[in-house]
Ligand binder design. Structure first.
Ligand code: ZN
Ligand code: ZN
Length: 340
């Protein structure tokens, strides 16, 4: 089978490997689409601390079941499925309390182990979900990205009473915007790139703030009638913003953090205690696939608005170069695994 392999940081090659085979309780999927994510780019550039090499990247992928392994009965050949890339042990403390996405021995398909940018992949059937017929492959490949948005909004219990200040209008920020609007929140979106804010406006942002030109604190206060935003999500992962965000938040506010920076963020206890702020980290997704599939099948999300380009797997290098060269304007780039 053909697979896209990062043999070493910066080295992306199409390789011919033995076809994937189903282990116990696994199925083999013929992969149809893959979505390239920021974390795939980090693996490519040798900047993802969790990845080892050689690695087949790809944690956003959908396809068709072609083979059942021993003891696997949940799916049959021909079923259209999407894979949750979060693999957890089921025994550790976080797993026992239902927080499987922060399992102490967490493995992510496409990061810690080989992923979906290959013609075939074997996946545990417990990680797979059926794709409704009404969803196209191009839509279904956005289920994983939207699961990130479903997770962070649930971590801060976002609802219709909220005024959400959303930092970052890249692909992750825009999925969060769509979920937040669907949940009924009012949303102000900040970015320093004007073209991204145009996307945010088109997806229903109630206010856009260009941080290259405007004062975020003043605009956030205006957006929340002086109380401060009741919810804040940093989808840009800027460690230096933490103190400012805590200062802006409304008393009783919740702040969702998605960044993986190891830089220190200075933040005073005063703001956290005085206002009883909740600061919640959000990693990948905790069993959010069924919810996202339901939202998508009922037409509440608009995945096609996030699609920038689609390349055959044989032109994957062009796809990676396009993303590298157009970081400010590209949203999601897909790989077509059926076309070589
Ligand atoms: Zn991703
Ligand atoms: Zn565990």
């Amino acid at each position: 089978m053909t697979a896209l392999q990062i043999s070493n940081p910066g080295e992306l090659n199409l390789v011919d490997l033995e076809k994937a085979r189903a282990g116990r309780s696994q199925v083999v999927i013929r992969v149809v689409r893959g979505g390239i994510c920021g974390s795939d780019m980090l693996i490519y550039h040798g900047k993802n601390p969790f990845a080892s090499y050689p690695r087949i990247p790809g944690h956003e992928f959908v396809g068709e079941v072609v083979e059942n392994g021993e003891g696997s009965k949940k799916f049959k050949p021909g079923d259209r499925v999407v894979a949750n890339p979060v693999v957890s042990c089921g025994n550790c403390y976080p797993c026992r309390i239902g927080r499987t996405n922060v399992c102490t021995s967490l493995q992510v398909i496409g990061v810690h182990r080989d992923g979906g940018f290959a013609q075939y992949i074997a996946v545990d059937e417990s990680n797979l979900f059926r794709i409704p017929d009404s969803l196209s492959w191009d839509d279904a490949v956005f289920i994983e990205p939207f699961s990130i948005a479903a997770n962070v909004t649930s971590r801060i219990a976002l609802d219709r009473s909220d005024r959400l200040l959303l930092i970052g209008a890249g692909p992750i920020g825009l999925t969060i915007l769509q979920v937040a609007k669907m949940l009924g929140a009012k949303v102000a979106v900040c970015d320093m790139v004007g073209s991204r804010l145009v996307h945010a406006s088109g997806m229903g942002a109630d206010m856009v703030i260009n941080t290259a030109k405007e004062n975020i604190g003043a605009r956030a206060a205006e957006f929340s009638d002086g109380d401060g935003p009741s919810a804040i999500i940093d989808a840009a992962g800027v460690p230096g913003l933490m103190a400012g965000l805590a200062g802006m938040a409304s008393p009783g506010g919740r702040i969702g953090i998605l960044g993986f920076s190891t830089s220190i963020s200075e933040i005073a206890q005063y703001e956290i205690t005085r206002k009883e702020l909740t600061i919640a980290g959000s990693r990948l997704n905790n069993n959010k696939f069924p919810q996202v599939i339901e939202w998508m099948a009922s037409g509440k999300l608009n995945p096609s608005s996030l699609l920038s380009r689609k390349f055959p797997i044989g032109e994957a290098r062009k796809a990676f170069e396009l993303i590298d060269g157009n970081k400010e304007t590209i949203l999601k780039v897909l790989l077509d695994l059926e076309a070589l």
